[in-house]
Design a protein around this ligand. Structure first.
Ligand code: SAH
Ligand code: SF4
Length: 384
């Protein structure tokens, strides 16, 4: 008989499942804490539950882990995992350590249907939505892997921030996303504040409104262009939800958002959207209307994109136009570039990776170089 994967539930969902089976709902809280605070992989380890309950859970329930295809460590401390999600599909999650926070970038779909021109995930096409359990399994794996790696004391958390900026468009997988966000926010789960969980979207307007009502967290909107003609080309979803509608949704979201600004992401593409005139048009578009920050992301190339990244001078000139208008603007540092962990480089498809590696190396395997966090001694090379 098939078991029920408990990672699919937020805490009320787990309580209902317990209640439906005649178990005391408060048991759900204990089990939930074992799953998400202590990283239990085995019901037998849940020692504060009565033995018959543990035995019943062993028979009826599971906590499915995603199998890890590769773990890559960058010289700069970034760690990237490739998880198998079946049928030749794989998704990636990336741990990015910084001075004041440790961020996990999480995937929401295998592939993506949005087909943004500058995105490797988009170039791969859409395979399927991840389940709530698969979204949370990325976080659970990364959290407990990093606790061990960093040698943290019991109860200390490794991950302080989650960004839904991995593969896929999270608001196209809304039903699975929201319970996963609730587990991230739950004090009995990962205990993250709403300000430290960010959903990034290419602009699925109706779902921005639903997120505001159901689970307001920090919002990042991938803008990439100051007018519809250019945005229609770069982000095809713009043809359905043009800029004016998107900006109006951002204004509405701000009434509920845990932060009092929207983050606009802007991928800097050489000769396409990176002129000072584009920056001035952005200022006109948001000024006095939407409190926002800009995050400029130099384009990360991938094979076959036909696009180039803006020069650092061009990025700096663009940033200064925004800054002079009083808009907080940051330029995203590329992290983990020795392991292709940067924005828009997450490909994940196992078949695709194999064929790319064949093209690149003339052989059928990808030699993956694991680098120690300190960057000196190389770990043994591993071949997936
Ligand atoms: N689908 C969501 C979240 C995942 S993409 C979205 O589009 O917002 C996360 C961020 O990386 C987005 O801002 C996206 O526009 C950006 N991005 C995608 N491909 C990129 C590339 N090749 N170089 C730089 N940024 C890229
Ligand atoms: Fe999908 Fe985001 Fe990539 Fe666009 S940028 S194709 S929405 S993952």
């Amino acid at each position: 008989m098939a078991t029920t994967d408990l990672l699919q539930f937020d805490r009320p969902g787990l309580a209902s499942w317990f209640a439906a089976h005649g178990e005391k709902p408060f048991r759900a809280r204990q089990v939930f804490r074992w799953l998400h605070q202590r990283g239990a992989t085995d019901f037998a380890a849940m020692t504060d539950l009565a033995k018959p309950l543990r035995a019943w859970l062993e028979a009826e329930a599971s906590m499915a882990a995603l199998s890890v295809l590769t773990t890559q460590r960058s010289r700069d401390g970034t760690v990237k995992w490739l998880f198998d999600v079946g049928n030749g599909d794989a998704v990636e999650a990336v741990f990015i350590p910084e001075r004041s926070r440790n961020t996990l970038c999480v995937s929401s779909q295998a592939g993506c249907a949005m087909a943004c021109r500058f995105c490797s995930t988009g170039a791969q096409g859409f395979s399927r939505n991840l389940t709530t359990a698969e979204i949370l399994a990325q976080l659970r794996h990364a959290e407990f892997f990093m606790r061990a790696e960093l040698g943290l004391a019991a109860g200390e958390r490794a991950i302080s921030n989650v960004v839904m900026m991995g593969m896929g468009e999270p608001l196209q997988n809304y039903g699975a996303l929201v319970p996963a966000l609730r587990v991230m926010l739950d004090d009995d789960g990962y205990g993250l504040s709403r300000r430290r969980v960010t959903v990034s979207t290419s602009g699925v307007v109706p779902m921005i409104d639903r997120l505001a009502a159901d689970c307001p967290v920090a919002l990042a909107v991938s803008l990439h262009a100051p007018h519809d003609v250019l945005r229609d080309d770069l982000v095809p979803l713009n043809r359905k939800y043009p800029l004016e509608e998107l900006l109006a949704a951002c204004e509405r979201y701000l009434a509920h958002a845990p932060r009092d600004f929207i983050t606009f992401e802007y991928c800097m593409l050489d000769g396409i959207n990176d002129q000072p005139a584009h920056a001035r048009a952005l200022v006109d578009m948001v000024h006095g209307r939407i409190p926002c920050k800009f995050n400029l992301i130099p384009f990360n190339p991938f094979p076959g994109s036909g696009l180039r990244s803006s020069t650092s001078e061009r990025v700096a000139a663009f940033a200064s136009v925004l800054l002079e208008a009083g808009i907080v603007t940051t330029v995203r540092k590329t992290r983990g570039d020795d392991i292709d962990a940067a924005c828009g480089q997450l490909a994940g498809d196992v078949r695709d990776r194999t064929s790319r590696a064949r093209r690149a190396t003339g052989v059928g395997t990808i030699p993956i170089q694991l680098v120690s966090p300190s960057g000196d001694a190389a770990f043994p090379a591993q071949t997936p």
